[in-house]
Ligand binder design. Structure first.
Ligand code: BEZ
Length: 231
């Protein structure tokens, strides 16, 4: 995925959205944001009239935007904002929303969706699918400092898993809370023990985790896998 990546600052673009126009940094300010884009599908009839791609009214995306709407309260509880992006215009996005909400009962699309009909924004946000040479099924989790903390890039044929988006977000929030002195192990979920970063000495770990930590006994006896309960 050439372009902005982990640790890079998202460019402060002025965007047109289904809510209002704003500069990205104003939207990101003081909270975490899940910014997600959607691939376009080639539509034969449309290709006779336009550039041959339709981003809205695509089946998998309809399920994904609906799921985002259904999970909105989970993101809100964590103080996290949602921001969608699809390569059609605002009127098309607005016409699409009733389909999205109808397909996923209980979903309300309360988050803004960026319009990018000229596909000028996606390269700047590194949301181009190199295979399709068009918009991608990408997702960046952006920190309050406007930097990318995590990116997913899925092919157009694979819809995302919202539980994994939330799980990854919870991991990022937990690591940030502990100033990246911890990391989360495989399949970690909130309330489960975390791993102490290898950059932290045992002495520092004793201060950081007064409740104690366990060091796994492994054949190498190197003592590098230390686990703490922080819930
Ligand atoms: C979809 O979102 O349904 C989709 C988009 C592009 C290609 C295939 C599926």
């Amino acid at each position: 995925m050439p372009g902005i990546t982990l640790g890079d600052t998202v460019p402060n673009l002025e965007v047109e959205t289904t809510h209002k126009n704003f500069k990205l940094h104003d939207y990101f300010a003081d909270s975490w944001t899940v910014l997600f884009s959607h691939p376009a599908s080639p539509i034969y009839l449309l290709s006779l009239l336009t550039n041959g791609l339709q981003g809205d009214f695509t089946p998998v995306c309809t399920t994904e935007l609906g799921a985002m709407g259904k999970y909105a309260h989970e993101f809100e509880q964590r103080g996290v904002k949602l921001l969608g992006l699809s390569c059609d215009d605002i009127q098309s996005h607005k016409d699409w929303i009733p389909d999205i909400e109808a397909f996923t009962p209980g979903s309300k699309v309360t988050y803004p969706i960026i319009a990018d009909p000229n596909k000028e924004i996606i390269p700047q946000l590194n949301m181009v699918d190199p295979i399709e040479n068009g918009p991608s099924r990408a997702l960046h989790i952006v920190g309050p400092d406007c930097k990318i903390k995590l990116s997913f890039l899925y092919p157009s044929t694979t819809g995302r898993n919202m539980d994994e988006v939330l799980r990854a977000l919870d991991s990022l929030l937990m690591a940030a809370k502990h100033k990246n002195k911890i990391a989360t192990p495989v399949n970690w979920k909130p309330d489960e023990p975390v791993v102490i970063s290898p950059a932290v000495s045992d002495e520092e770990a004793k201060k950081l985790f007064p409740q104690g930590f366990k060091t796994a006994e492994l054949p190498s006896k190197k003592g590098y896998l230390r686990v703490a309960d922080v819930s």
